[in-house]
Write a new protein. Structure first.
Length: 271
């Protein structure tokens, strides 16, 4: 278990990282985030979420569950609660494209319990593309490059079924497939010959490909004119080389649950 000082430092680092990632989004032109016409409305979702401390971990970290949305339409555009940070830069009919940002907490030898190389805090940047096949079905693909930490490529293919009553309530559920290249997989699931000699684990060289499959469900309901509540749950199961890794089998877990709960506050618009 982490001591209180380490816990506070982990939360602080994640908040600072989110702030750093969010700053570029603030410069996106308003028309890229809002619809045309009407009065502008803004919704902030803020609360805690818990997730594996790193891919394959059996330990969990608490971080911020944050989302900021703006619209001039009659309702806010759907965003899955577990999707990467980013805002569309291009809209064409039911298609949207834009930047994607993410981060993964660092993994130290003392955290994992074996003398394996440290993987630093990974700040990821890339892009996403999504399309609404119907008003109730959205497909999304994103890919991100680690600018630090694992320094590999990772991404996700997702689909969401969405049921809603305007902004009064919204429910979504859908499958997830998480991908990683060989550099990404090697950082978290690989054991080099040198690391095998110091850790006692067998050497292991994973290939890139599918890391996990899972499902996410989210729910948001307004509790009045301004306040609302948002919750989500996600479960991923490591597969393939990630699941077969001695790091996973002996020091981690194939099960990767996460979830969060938050309050939302909506302001602006007609009174």
């Amino acid at each position: 278990m982490r001591n209180n000082k380490e816990f506070r430092m982990t939360v602080r680092r994640k908040l600072l990282t989110f702030a750093a990632l969010a700053m570029p989004l603030a410069s996106i032109p308003a028309h890229a985030q809002e619809g045309e016409g009407g009065e502008k409305r803004t919704r902030l979702i803020l609360g805690p979420q818990i997730s594996p401390s790193w891919p394959g971990a059996d330990k969990f970290s608490v971080g911020p569950y944050v989302d900021l949305s703006r619209t001039r339409d009659s309702e806010f555009a759907f965003e899955a609660p577990d999707e990467s940070f980013g805002s569309p830069l291009l809209h064409s009919g039911n298609f949207a494209f834009g930047p994607a940002f993410g981060f993964v907490g660092k993994r130290k030898a003392s955290d994992i319990g074996a003398d394996l190389p440290k993987v630093g805090l990974s700040v990821e940047a890339g892009a996403f593309a999504q399309v609404h096949l119907t008003p109730a079905l959205r497909l999304r693909l994103d890919g991100r490059k680690g600018l630090s930490g694992h320094k590999g490529w990772t991404g996700e293919i997702s689909a969401d079924y969405v049921a809603r009553e305007g902004d009064d309530w919204l429910f979504s559920i859908g499958p997830r497939v998480t991908l990683g290249d060989s550099k990404y997989m090697g950082a978290y699931f690989g054991v080099t010959p040198a690391a095998a000699a110091t850790s006692g684990l067998p050497a292991y060289d994973p290939d890139g490909g599918v890391q996990s499959v899972g499902v996410t469900a989210g729910y948001h309901r307004m509790l009045g004119r301004n306040w609302g509540i948002a919750v989500y749950g996600r479960y991923d199961r490591l597969v393939g080389d990630a699941a077969d890794s001695p790091v996973t089998r002996e020091l981690g877990s194939r099960s990767q649950p996460s979830g969060g709960v938050a309050l939302s506050y909506t302001f602006g618009g007609p009174r």
